[in-house]
Unconditional design. Structure first.
Length: 394
């Protein structure tokens, strides 16, 4: 029984040319057989076989083709036999009823073929959905593991510093006390950034409110982000700023700060100690004017770490997307930072991408663009410009 059911499916897997040849050979064979049998023993039901085969292989097109291929040759055959194109009444009736019978059988079999195709499509869709569900479950499990690790790291640091202050506060001087509190605060900020990324990833796809953009001096925003970044990162790396104080963008201040924090966090994580991290902002073309609001500013963060294999770059900006080497590596993450950054950049009418050769030591460069403010120049904040108080900045 299994082989009987497998044969019809096997026929459908054959190339269309091979199926057409099979139908034609079967049709010619049974027409020849029908004509050669003596009239008393002639049985037109044998013509159902090529009709069923044509209907199964080519559905309704096969039905009409096979019907014409049967009726026309037989009509010509009887016309020659009776020496007239007008056949006898009984022959005419047999042709009419026989044609309708063959047509009905053909439509019945073609409908069975349609049902089979629908069932196969439903099974294929179900298999695809199941596979996607399995992938989502794997991503969810990996996400839970990553978030668990990411949450524990800053929480452990906060708990450790608070425990030291609670148990040894009498033996800790004021300077060490302040250092412990600042480190605890930095860990809280890291935890807050993680929570914000998770919440933004959950809400960003349903965000429908219009975004209010304002004119922001890029240098001021960068300095503000650096003042709140983990000072240990600044001590371990040389920070290079290539930002003109007159570069102004149209952006959302909170979004822009979050994008910079995400990109800097990734660069500091992957860049070896002692290597530089460069922040650059440059204008594309001339200064934007009211009549030319399409000018853009490109802001980039470059490190000199292990780099990213070019084939894996598209995976960086998808939800929960992480590199293969990071899934089992020491550097953990949720796979949401770049995804959220992409959504935020696009919400501000910009675009984001990554550049890397994948060669160790050449690192990676993450770039994003924002609309340039439609004015020639805005003075940067004087208080935020000097960075002489940051020993790790050059």
């Amino acid at each position: 029984m299994r082989y009987i059911n497998a044969l019809p499916r096997f026929l459908l897997k054959l190339p269309s040319t091979v199926r057409f040849i099979i139908v034609m050979v079967t049709l010619l064979f049974f027409l020849f057989l029908y004509v050669m049998i003596a009239p008393p023993a002639r049985n037109p039901s044998i013509l159902v076989i090529p009709m069923a085969l044509a209907a199964w292989m080519f559905k309704r097109r096969g039905v009409f083709f096979c019907l014409l291929s049967i009726v026309i040759p037989l009509w010509l055959y009887y016309s020659i036999v009776y020496n007239s194109l007008l056949l006898r009444p009984m022959v005419d009736l047999s042709f009419v009823f026989g044609s309708f019978a063959l047509l009905a059988i053909g439509f019945l079999i073609s409908s069975q073929r349609d049902s089979l195709d629908l069932a196969d499509a439903a099974r294929q869709q179900l298999a695809t959905v199941y596979q996607q569900q399995q992938q989502l479950n794997q991503l969810k499990d990996q996400f839970i593991l990553n978030v668990n690790h990411e949450l524990r790291t800053p929480l452990t640091a906060v708990y450790g510093y608070l425990e030291l202050l609670l148990q040894h506060h009498e033996h800790i001087d004021a300077e060490t006390h302040e250092i412990f509190l600042r480190n605890a605060m930095y860990s809280c900020e890291e935890l807050q950034l993680l929570v914000n990324n998770v919440l933004d990833a959950m809400q960003i796809s349903t965000e429908t409110t219009a975004l209010t953009l304002e004119e922001l001096v890029v240098a001021d925003v960068v300095h503000d982000v650096l003042r709140h970044i983990d000072p240990r990162w600044l001590q371990e790396h040389h920070l290079v700023l290539n930002i003109s104080p007159d570069i102004v963008v149209l952006a959302h201040a909170q979004y822009l700060r979050q994008i910079l924090r995400n990109l800097l966090s990734n660069s500091f994580k992957y860049a070896p100690v002692g290597t530089p991290v460069e922040i650059t902002a440059e204008r594309y073309g001339d200064t934007a004017l009211v009549a030319r609001p399409s000018s853009e500013v490109c802001i980039s963060v470059k490190d000199y770490g292990p780099g990213i294999p070019p084939a894996e770059i598209p995976r960086l900006f998808v939800q929960f997307g992480r590199l293969k080497r990071d899934l089992s590596g020491k550097i953990r993450g949720t796979g949401l930072g770049l995804y959220v950054s992409k959504q935020l950049v696009e919400a501000m009418n910009g675009r984001i991408w990554a550049e890397s050769s994948g060669i160790e030591g050449e690192g990676s460069r993450f770039c994003f663009t924002l609309p340039c403010a439609p004015r020639s120049k805005i003075q940067a904040d004087e208080a935020a410009s000097p960075l002489s108080d940051q020993p790790s900045l050059i």
